[in-house]
Write a protein that binds this ligand. Sequence first.
Ligand code: SF4
Length: 171
Amino acid sequence: MAEKIGGLHIQYYAVCKRKLWLYSKQISFETEHERVIEGTLLHENSYKRKDKELMVDEYAKIDVLDSDYIQETKLSSKMQKVDELQLLYYLYLLKKRGIEKRGKIAYTKEKKVIEVTLDEEKETMIKKTIAEVYKIIDQEYAPKLKKLSYCKSCAYYDFCFSIEDGEEDAT
Ligand code: SF4
């Protein structure tokens, strides 16, 4: 049976395919200061009180804000596209279970809230993303190292750059 994927798989897919692969193999060096962990800590001081949390497939913990919305709370919108992808994935998981909701992302630093809606086009994109995530985590070897601007704030930095020389990513 295929491994269940959660919000972090989707985040890491968007940030770095190699990070996704390392995470899927349970190679973990996460530290408290990493952005994803900050996101987790923010749960304690949520921007707006949520009603409850829903666990889907044991991996995806979804904050239900009210009868219409689910919500993610993040520190800043620096990685808004990544945050949106993760929330779209949650909306898709719920839709597959017959629960139709919309999403909100609350950015505490900027004190702003954005809305995310799973329309037909986004659903197609999420399905494609899920298929690509499975393709990457099923690979025998980690995707080749590429130096990204994100690398310096990544928990795998020492691991990646102490074992091989990265090549600069032109994108
Ligand atoms: S250090 Fe860079 S290349 Fe390595 S996993 Fe992190 S983001 Fe990817």
